[in-house]
Ligand binder design. Structure first.
Ligand code: COS
Length: 378
């Protein structure tokens, strides 16, 4: 792996690698089959403070650069993409607050994370996927409170989060400019997790509906101003797309690792199959794609760290990394031949895990809209 990271992150990377080898990789195979959320693994991850890697130092986080954190997230994704996504989606849930919240709100959510909690971001609705502004969830002001009603869907961490950043319409007449963003904490009456998805991949992450039935939140839980919710959501996704690209890169790297290990041990025609140039070149192509995705992630995150615009770069990274994770996982299966198609071997899971990276946090088709808007101008 070739992220250029700090010494502190290098030490942490060794710890994360050991943890993932001992506590995550093999265990997640069983959880992948059952679809159960592996609480025991996350409890151990929390003991290592892996859930708070992205939290800024001034709010109790470790003070790592985003590229440092990317190396650690990729390591988790190499072990299990669903595991890495839970951590990354918690970061996604925190971003609207870090982008638009006041000091009290920032400290509040960062305290929750540092104390072992998770966040979730709730934008998508049954009728509002790619058309993210078409949501029908409402928030009506009532004295010092807002009353939220509606249903969000496909929410990563939906059933396990300790707080949610939720978009809701405060003024329908204004279209996307009538959408606002609210911080809603677990345990608020009327807030519940609904249907849990039985997914193709990333089965160790939790994905549910989030149901809002007369949920009363104090007016001070509004993030930014009324009507700024869509913009905050788009800014959140601009950042988050680099992180999902990072997880997709980890899936691809796992594909390479597995293909090399198998290629060295599988004997056909009297020699390990890796000695065939056709397969060596296949590995080289997988590596070119994976390293390119990694450098795209590093570029987008370095731009974030240094205050440069990053929306285009994050969208390019997300689009590319999702596509190559699929390609590389498919090639890893090809290297394994018939065994690659069997659930007894580790590579079919990679293909199942990879698919969602072409879909969530903006489909790759929407990424083309976002990229074209940057490249051509809106
Ligand atoms: N940052 C800041 N503001 C943004 C923005 C961004 N990245 N993207 C859009 N906006 C603003 C626009 O500037 C515009 O405001 P002004 O009229 O004041 O300029 C407003 O938001 C509406 O923008 P636009 O007209 O482009 O919105 P659309 O409804 O056409 O939606 C897409 C654009 C398709 C890009 C958007 O809906 C999207 O990203 N969809 C995918 C959603 C997604 O990723 N879902 C994943 C689920 S969350 S895990």
């Amino acid at each position: 792996m070739s992220y250029i990271i700090s010494e502190e992150a290098q030490d942490l990377l060794k710890d994360v690698h050991d943890f993932c080898e001992k506590e995550v990789k093999e265990q997640c195979k069983d959880y992948d089959k059952s679809g159960e959320w592996p609480k025991e693994i996350y409890d151990k991850a929390i003991d290592m403070q892996l859930q708070s890697l992205e939290i800024p130092e001034e709010y109790g986080g470790p003070g790592l650069s985003r590229v440092d954190v990317a190396a650690l997230i990729e390591e988790m994704a190499i072990a299990d993409a669903g595991f890495a996504m839970t951590i990354s989606a918690s970061g996604l849930g925190t971003k609207p607050v870090l982008i638009a919240g006041n000091e009290e709100q920032k400290q509040r959510v960062c305290d929750i994370i540092v104390n072992g909690g998770f966040g979730a971001f709730a934008l998508t609705e049954p009728g509002a996927g790619s058309d993210a502004g078409a949501g029908t969830t409402t928030a009506v002001r009532d004295g010092d409170e807002y009353v939220l009603n509606g249903r969000k869907c496909f929410i990563t961490n939906g059933g396990i989060a300790d707080f949610y950043c939720i978009t809701a319409m405060t003024d329908k007449s204004k279209g996307v400019k009538g959408i606002s963003m609210f911080l809603v904490e677990k345990g608020t009456p009327g807030l519940s997790a609904g249907h849990e998805e039985d997914k193709l991949g990333i089965r160790t992450s939790n994905t549910t509906d989030v149901v809002l039935e007369d949920v009363r939140v104090p007016a001070e839980n509004l993030l930014g101003k009324e009507g700024e919710g869509f913009k905050i959501a788009m800014q959140t996704l601009d950042q988050a797309r680099a992180w999902v690209a990072c997880v997709a890169t980890g899936i691809a790297q796992r594909g390479i690792n597995e293909a090399i290990a198998y290629g060295k041990e599988r004997i056909q025609f009297g020699k390990p199959i890796i000695r065939n140039q056709a397969l060596q070149f296949k590995i080289a192509d997988m590596d070119i794609k994976t390293e390119t995705a990694r450098q795209m992630v590093a570029n987008a995150l370095t731009r974030m760290d240094t205050g440069l615009p990053y929306g285009r770069e994050a969208a390019i990274a997300k689009c590319y990394a999702g596509d190559i994770a699929m390609d590389v996982a498919s090639e890893a299966i090809q290297m394994f031949g018939g065994y690659g198609y069997s659930r007894d071997y580790p590579v079919e899971k990679l293909l199942r895990d990879a698919k969602i990276f072409q879909i969530f946090e903006g489909t790759n088709e929407v990424m083309h809209i976002v990229i074209a808007n940057h490249t051509i101008g809106r």
